[in-house]
Ligand binder design. Sequence first.
Ligand code: ZN
Ligand code: ZN
Length: 558
Amino acid sequence: MSKKNQDKLLIFSLGGVGEIGKNMYCVQYGNDIVVVDSGLKFPEEDMLGVDIVIPDITYLTENRDKVRGILITHGHEDHIGGLPYVLKSLNVPVYGTKLTLGLIEVKLKEAGLLGETKRVLIHPDSVVQLGSIRASFFRTNHSIPDSVGICLDTPEGTVVITGDFKFDHTPVNGQYADLHRMAEIGSRGVLALLSDSTNAERPGFTPSERKVGQELEDIFRKSRQRVVVATFASNVHRIQQVINAAMATRRKLTVIGRSMVNVVSIASELGYLHIPEGMLVEPEDVGKLPADRVVILCTGSQGEPMSALSRMARSAHKKVDILPGDTVIISATPIPGNERFVGRTIDELFRLGANVIYGPTASSTVHVSGHGSQEELKLMLNLMKPKYFIPVHGEYRMLRQHALLAESVGIEKDRIFLLDIGDTVEIQNGAARKGNKVPSGSVLIDGLGVGDVGNIVLRDRKLLSQDGILVVVVTLSKQDGTILSGPDIISRGFVYVRESEGLMEEATRIVTQTLNKLTNDNVNEWASLKTNVKDVLGRYLYEQTRRRPMILPIIMEV
Ligand SMILES: [Zn+2]
Ligand SMILES: [Zn+2]
């Protein structure tokens, strides 16, 4: 008879389910919590002025003495971007492979946290004991080198978190996915598997990164002028292939864009990028080279307005212009929400006479995904053979599709858990069920402020952006409450004042009338004066314009 466990195993996500971004998965056994990844998400369109979004980690700060460490699967923003904020309120050790830690250290340095954060370098062969939980790792393929999946042995059983993965049988850097170890973990028995759902809607296999390399070389060879390649700065494999294609076609390379310059320098320093001597040239020197000897590698594959590519497309870059006949390759797919920006950049590049090669029209493969498609997801399920399955890293429909795939390879429906953030799966003595929810949500970060932008601030910003603002300034007499000056109405973003003199005059008259009436009725608390002005004016403006500007009454007494 096996020994009965007193403690429960809890598995939950504080970010990354029901969304793409801000990944954070937690495994708790008794008094030990292990956190996997700590990502950020870029704001949705209705989160005006918010720079980034991170998970709400209230549960972790409330249980800070139990958190044994944060294990990081790989160096993408949606897995490491939240670290500087999380570590500020939760000083625990961070574990990552060489490149992952290198990228994290840049962030910590910027945040002034490098000195006080314990960083532990791991290899795919490392074993780390975190209280009662033992972590080991397996190498995966992804669009950034040094990615690993994580295997957590707990007294209740083994939990595997794949991290982002695909199966690339011809990886660019020769780092093969560790199929043997995955099979071995599976044969020892996996209690629960948390697996990447990004491409669960996509049938078949995701092509090898190497395909892109062949295409790039082809395009470089055919082009008679300069070639510009825009891609994600973190896609080190892609950058290496650009370098290889440049070498094969005897072109020099220049790198533009802050994050691209950063990654190229860290990755080559750590040995993940190999740049032949003499290949790099400064951006200001490309003009001196023959056009067919130049490759420009830059940021801006998402059409970000301030990025290098967008600036070049607007002819607003200080050092490099796009010339008619240049070839521009956009070696990425737009993240949902960015399509419009990317589209605008492509339009501008075409207007400048460039030959633009991008997603839907490319007869060639200038980009492949870093996430496995359906057949690869099934392969992972079959390697791990989990008792319970929790699809993660995806919007709800992707999680759902992944669940269907799991059913198709024989995992029973009632052993698959579709979670929202904060939902827990509780496992005790082999039996799993949905447990209590833990506190969870999103923390919005606006500039330097963490979490000081709430729903009310967002609602105000939305109002301001749509219907503008009206400030009503009036001075009342302290003695009898009569109007001494004003009301003056100042508006921004509401109506074009010069063409709306009638409307503004009437608005002023209405405010005066309202205040006079209130004075006569002996109403003199500021709060009710303000509310009345707001209500009456709001109603009038809505009747006239069908808009609801924000109304800000400022009442002064002298
Ligand atoms: Zn990733
Ligand atoms: Zn990811």
